[in-house]
Design a protein around this ligand. Structure first.
Ligand code: NAP
Length: 234
């Protein structure tokens, strides 16, 4: 796939920021979004082919407004990466209802709202790619991740069904299942203690770019990326 336009949600830090850097260096026009725009703007204003847009993926009005702004400023994206995500690292009974809702609305409702905004336009154009940064927690049982794992497993099935609904319209849907990646999502003490066992964020971003660059006639459906040693040895 030749460089085109990519929209990355949750691009102010972590995997999203590394994806923005990696795609930009590879020649793509990069739209970065997240709730806060200060970090996005300081990234985009030092680059050409870079656009910063506020978008809270939990809110339909915010997603629709962001999508309209993106189409106006860059044209319809070729690739959208549903990367925005949150977790809480609590047991089920410790998790408050507010935390439950925030995780489900960001990790499951968010990709649904983004897909509803962009897929009909991609269908009319008969090309496009939806990439979903899920988690290995959608496949394995990790304590203190019940709601997070459920949100990611839910998004997995949501997007598996979407894939079969749009594959004949020239649209590809890739679900990515990373294991531990060294990003600010981890509480600072855990990140410092286990950084050596986590995947470097830049290498994860490069692996995702490589999968996206497969020829359009090949649909990479799933990409499981885990540290060479597997789970963290805690
Ligand atoms: P991170 O550094 O905490 O970044 C999360 C990003 O999501 C931030 O840019 C944040 O920006 C944005 N965000 C949060 N809520 C949002 C909302 N409602 N609307 C829009 N943007 C929102 O985390 P990360 O580790 O890079 O995680 C990125 C993705 O990878 C997540 O989906 C995560 O589940 C997944 N993942 C991470 C790991 C890992 O080990 N780190 C492993 C597997 C999967 P704002 O706060 O400004 O909105």
């Amino acid at each position: 796939m030749t460089p085109g336009i990519v929209w990355i949600t949750g691009a102010s830090t972590g995997i999203g920021r590394a994806l923005a850097d990696t795609f930009h260096e590879a020649g793509w026009t990069v739209v970065v979004s997240s709730r806060g725009v200060a970090k996005l703007r300081s990234w985009s204003k030092t680059r050409t082919r870079a656009v910063a847009i506020a978008c809270d993926v939990r809110r339909e009005a915010s997603v629709q407004k962001a999508f309209a702004q993106i189409v106006k400023r860059t044209g319809l994206p070729d690739v959208v990466i549903n990367n925005a995500g949150v977790t809480s690292f609590r047991t089920l009974t410790e998790t408050t209802t507010a935390e439950y809702r925030a995780i489900i609305e960001t990790n499951l409702t968010g990709p649904f709202l983004i897909a509803r905004a962009i897929v009909p336009r991609m269908q009319r154009r008969r090309s496009g790619m939806i990439v979903n940064i899920l988690s290995y927690a959608a496949k394995a049982v990790y304590t203190r991740s019940s709601v997070y794992g459920a949100s990611k497993a839910g998004a997995d099935m949501l997007m598996r069904v979407l894939r079969d609904e749009v594959r004949h319209d020239g649209i590809r849907v890739l679900n990515v299942f990373p294991g531990a990646v060294e990003t600010p999502m981890w509480p600072e003490a855990l990140r410092a203690k286990y950084a050596g066992q986590m995947m470097p964020v830049v290498e994860v971003a490069q692996a995702i770019l490589q999968a996206i660059q497969l020829p359009p006639g090949i649909m990479p459906e799933e990409l499981v990326l885990r540290p060479q040693i597997g789970d963290l040895r805690v």
